[in-house]
Design a protein around this ligand. Structure first.
Ligand code: NAD
Length: 330
């Protein structure tokens, strides 16, 4: 079975090739992102394999189906990049990797919190520069702080558990509250109340039409002055220009991002020799109280191995005509 894999990096080929060794999968590796201009590269493939910033809109899916593609596999949990209505119209099943390592993303989230709180990004450079002053590095104890977790699925639950370990007071909002977490002392409440009560707010819900710009100027105004906001979920959850305004006035005290709404044109490539034309992103980089990582929260060897094995399992189910696991439904 020929599989055209897009947005491929050397670490992907290593894990996918290892997971499919000896199986009848013939990979076609493509470094470019999948979109309507690159879709023709999949000629001859029965299945495609994509990542978070591939653009599986209706036109792209039409081109793929016309070329004989019968299955879309995602190397990720999120599926906001897929036009599911178009896939259904074309009878193209879409399968994903719903859980590979919630620990990877949860632990990175806590890393961002600690980095911003204890100014580790500044301390690292300062010590290397022979500057051992502590001026400007004053942080706060996480113990006793109130943290609001928005979305308590696989990752949000893990984040809440870690925060309980730190001795934080954990609040949560999810349309489907988790009884186990409530039993462990997490208080579920409406989003507005969570925003008003939290010192730190961390986002773990999916990007959908009703969560797009969940954090807008009104939500930011509801937060405690100087609160910390962390987003390791999807960039579109945040209205970035509104966040910049809140950073400028001090309403938002710290911002930690692993995702950015316009990341598709920036992340996953070395652009250190290029001019960044995204002025919103460039403005974010000027704040001392903003830390950005380039969608690396998932990036552990454990997660890559789990992504590869579930992807290969998804492909082999299809190849053998068995029922598909992890089918994405709208
Ligand atoms: P999940 O499906 O297990 O959990 C999502 C939770 O969000 C569910 O409990 C759901 O009820 C809740 N939810 C839905 N709508 C909501 C709303 N309006 N407000 C609050 N909560 C809402 O997903 P997960 O595995 O925990 O992943 C969460 C998100 O993390 C994914 O959607 C993905 O976008 C992102 N993610 C990022 C990375 C990364 O590397 N940065 C890696 C994996 C996943």
């Amino acid at each position: 079975m020929r599989v055209a894999a897009f947005s491929i990096k050397p670490y992907d080929t290593a894990s996918l090739a290892a997971a499919s060794a000896g199986l009848p999968i013939e990979w076609m590796w493509f470094e470019p992102r999948l979109d309507r201009h690159t879709a023709r590269l999949a000629e001859g493939a029965v299945a495609i394999n994509c990542f978070v910033n591939d653009q599986l809109d209706a036109t792209t899916l039409d081109i793929l189906a016309e070329q004989g593609v019968k299955l879309v596999t995602l190397r990720c949990a999120g599926f906001n990049q897929v036009d599911l209505a178009a896939a259904a119209r074309l009878s193209l099943p879409v399968v994903r990797v719903p859980e590979y390592s919630p620990h990877a993303v949860a632990e990175h989230t806590i890393g961002l919190v600690l980095m911003l709180d204890r100014r580790l990004h500044k301390a690292y450079n300062r010590v290397r520069d022979g500057n051992f002053s502590l001026e400007g590095l004053l942080g706060f104890d996480l113990f006793g702080r109130t943290v609001g977790v928005v979305g308590t699925g696989r990752i949000g639950c893990r984040v809440a558990e870690i925060l309980i370990g730190f001795g934080c007071r954990v609040l949560a909002y999810d349309p489907t509250p988790v009884p186990d977490l409530a039993a462990r002392g997490v208080t579920f409440m409406p989003l507005d109340e969570l925003l008003a009560a939290s010192d730190i707010i961390t986002l773990h819900c999916p990007l959908k039409p009703n969560t797009s710009h969940l954090i807008d100027s009104a939500a930011l105004a509801r937060m405690k002055r100087g609160a910390m906001l962390i987003n390791t979920s999807r960039g579109g959850l945040i209205d970035t220009p509104a966040v910049i305004e809140a950073l400028k006035t001090g309403q938002l005290g710290h911002l930690g991002l692993d995702v950015y709404e316009e990341e598709a044109d920036l992340f996953f490539d070395d652009r250190s020799g290029s001019i960044i034309h995204d002025d919103v992103f460039s403005r974010l980089l000027t704040f001392p109280n903003v830390v950005i990582t380039a969608h690396q929260a998932f990036f552990t060897q454990n997660a890559l191995d789990a992504i590869a094995s579930q992807t290969v399992r998804n492909l082999m189910h299809f190849n053998r005509g068995e029922p598909l696991e992890a089918v994405v439904r709208s």
